[in-house]
Design a protein around this ligand. Sequence first.
Ligand SMILES: [Zn+2]
Length: 456
Amino acid sequence: MEESDAQCIKREVLGIGDRRKHHTRKATPLRSHAKEPDTHHRLYRFRFYPTEEQAEQLARTFGACRWVYNEGLALRSNAWKQHQVNVDFAETCRALTGWKQAEETAWLKDVSSTVLQQSLRHLDQAYQRFFKGQAKHPKRKKKGRSRDAAIYVRTGFTWVEDPERPGTGLIKLAKQSQPLDIRWSRALPAGTVPVRLSVTRDRAGRYFVSTLVEERIPPLPAAFVPGSREPKALGVDLGLAALVTLDDGTKLDHPRLLKRYAEKLSRLQRELHRKVRGSKNRGKVRRQIARLYALIKDVRRDMLDKLTTRLVRENQVLVVEDLSVATLMRAARGKGRRRKARLNQAITDAAWGELLRQLRYKCEWYGRTLVIVDRFFPSTRRCSSCRATGPKMDVSVREWTCAQCGAVHDRDVNAAVNLRDEGMRLYWLVATGLPPGKKMPMVIKASELEECLLAA
Ligand SMILES: [Zn+2]
């Protein structure tokens, strides 16, 4: 098909405006300028309390973002299905201009256009992940199912720093007359200007504003094993009996508070199943569950934040297993288990995901290396004393004796030690292959090691 034919189809069939009319409009790139050395993007999240007027305006904004996302999705997938034409981000933006001018969707004008564009950007990112095979085809956003969120780029809000309390100040969103009533639980770095805001409402009805700032975070001095030049390494095993086991034998579990929440959650879930679908009481229980989930998330995030900061500060190299190991293990065991067990499992899974996410960005901030060991590495079955690989073990086995050397192992501690050793093997493999003067990569992933070595 000729390029001009494709353009014609796009314009006429899909109702996208003519490019010539908009040739002056350019899509703003997400990150346009180069960051200074040691600056990192950092998110600070604050709760805020909207006025009635703001809440209404935000409800319209969230709804419009969802609508635009879904409409953009329909446009792109229909163009492909019917005409094998690929509609890109800039073209969906032009379509958006058309929707705003149409009479039946004139309400879109009540919402800042940069916010709506961000919704299309978000869709485009979902498509890019799909094209790369990293994600499934984007799905429609449903009210009450998808999170309410709106992204405001630099032109979508005003920020006035409070001279008496630097790092706090007034944030006013586009199309709103009053600044947000923000609870500044901590200050942003003084003198900073937020790059981007994301305004969300969780299912418990709480409003948050996440401010993305560019912050200079100096790397920490390298951590060595005392009295040597060997980088200090730590193996971290993610498990079911304990959330985290370290190679020195330390075990960390969910705090008691989280366990109590989990119990309450399973009770509410049972209750929900007894209620009639669509009834008022069911809605009430549903909201209670949402609130509890939100609480669990907060407590967990807080706990893991302290933990990961400590681990990253104290060690130079952190070794974890690929998360899919854990998920695979669960898939095999999950069938036919009780509801409560599944629920606890879901909470544990989310904690692992959050833990890895935090380790990853903190390693980058502080100049540490995170090694992600391959999922086929037999961390549990291998004896950390003599390196002999034993037979497969049931998950219920907590302690075992090596048939080769007779060493008695705690299942999880042994796994953590193995992870550390394997991680350091990979670390040195990369370190010795590095040209002089080149810094160690922040993340070494076993499954991408070859690419890592080639790039160096
Ligand atoms: Zn052994």
